[in-house]
Design a protein around this ligand. Structure first.
Ligand SMILES: C[S@@+](CC[C@H](N)C(=O)[O-])C[C@H]1O[C@@H](n2cnc3c(N)ncnc32)[C@H](O)[C@@H]1O
Length: 331
């Protein structure tokens, strides 16, 4: 209820009105002139905001507090709140069923799919926008830094596994005029990515390969770098091992597998770990029922089981991302 109240304080314009009022603050009557709510609703939201320390009060006037300031202006907070509201909130009611069945039971609020991934291109507008804004906010922040490490490997051809809308592929093509990139993703997703790539003018060097990594027997094998960003967290531990083994048997022996992930144990701030563990419930209830943001030890274990070792382990890219550069163990 507090989350919904905070969202309504933000979306009704009350926080914006208080922000504009500055140190003077505003009375409920003054706020009523710029928001579309009656006196009862404004007063109630202000009182909840007061108790939640989103706003504070000086005499009859209300002022924006620090928490309110961040709810209004901080991009990460906005992206997180919109994702919670538009993608997760309704479906989370079904968490107990999801936990019991290992199925994303909350996804039924949007339609009838086994996982959220083939549904991404068909979600209701607000859910789709908030999903992509959330995904891109976190991975985009790390792409430029990660790029510097990847290009020291001097790749000629990169496979972007789970390349989504093509953002990493385009980042590579923009920063290196020679490199070719192939996006491997579900066919529905490749169709979306292709449009973005055409619009950006990179169709000659960026291709798409539609594939379901869980059912494919073999993958193409030209790449010298296999890139996976925020991808393996979409799968259970058994599926991660399966995908890594599939890549292992398809790749050139000297190719490198580069995994960029957010691990909850590698966060520089405790709030980051809390946020990741809580966000894992999205995977449980909405995405697939069986994956999560992992502890780094779990992924190391999967890599070992699939026949890989970690050559480089680089923390704190972007907003708490880790880059693992891996090679296949000799046969
Ligand atoms: C969380 S997004 C990662 C996006 C992107 N790599 C980034 O860093 O922003 C996961 C991607 O994996 C793809 N995906 C999920 N399941 C898949 C499967 N079974 N086979 C192939 N791709 C899959 C989804 O379509 C989606 O584009």
């Amino acid at each position: 209820m507090l989350f919904q109240a905070a969202l309504n304080l933000r979306d009704s314009g009350i926080l914006t009105t208080l922000d504009k009022a500055g140190k003077q603050g505003a009375s409920p009557e003054e706020i009523a002139q710029s928001v579309n709510l009656n006196h009862y609703a404004i007063q109630l939201l202000l009182d909840v905001g007061l108790s939640s320390r989103i706003v504070y009060q000086n005499g009859e006037r209300f002022l924006l507090g620090k928490v309110g300031h961040f709810l209004l202006h901080d991009k990460m907070t906005r992206v997180n709140m919109d994702f919670s509201q538009d993608v997760c909130y309704q479906g989370m009611f079904h968490l107990n069923e999801a936990l019991e069945k290992s199925q994303p039971s909350g996804l039924k609020v949007f339609g009838d799919w086994a996982t959220i991934y083939p549904a991404l291109s068909q979600l209701p507008d607000a859910a789709q926008q908030s999903w992509f804004a959330f995904d891109h906010f976190y991975s985009d922040a790390a792409f430029n830094e990660a790029f510097r490490h990847i290009f020291l490997l001097n790749p000629q051809h990169i496979y972007d596994v789970g390349g989504n809308t093509g953002k990493w592929a385009m980042c590579c093509a923009k920063n290196d005029e020679q490199v070719n990139v192939t996006i491997l993703d579900l066919p529905q997703q490749i169709a979306l990515a292709k449009k973005n790539i055409e619009n950006a003018g990179y169709s000659e060097r960026i291709n798409g390969y539609g594939v379901d990594l869980l059912t494919a027997d073999q993958l193409p094998g030209e790449a010298d770098v296999w890139w996976m960003s925020q991808f393996l967290d979409c799968f259970s531990e058994e599926q991660v091992v399966h995908i890594l083994k599939l890549i292992g048997k398809s790749m050139k022996p000297d190719a490198q597998v580069c995994i960029m992930e957010v691990f909850w144990d590698r966060q520089p701030f405790e709030a980051g770990a809390l946020s990741l563990n809580a966000s894992s419930l999205y995977f449980t209830c909405m995405a697939n029922g069986n994956s999560r943001f992992y502890h780094s030890r779990v992924l190391y274990d999967c890599l070992r089981k699939a026949g890989f070792y970690v050559q480089q382990d680089i923390d704190n890219l972007g907003l708490g991302h880790t880059l693992l550069i891996c090679k296949r163990l000799p046969d």
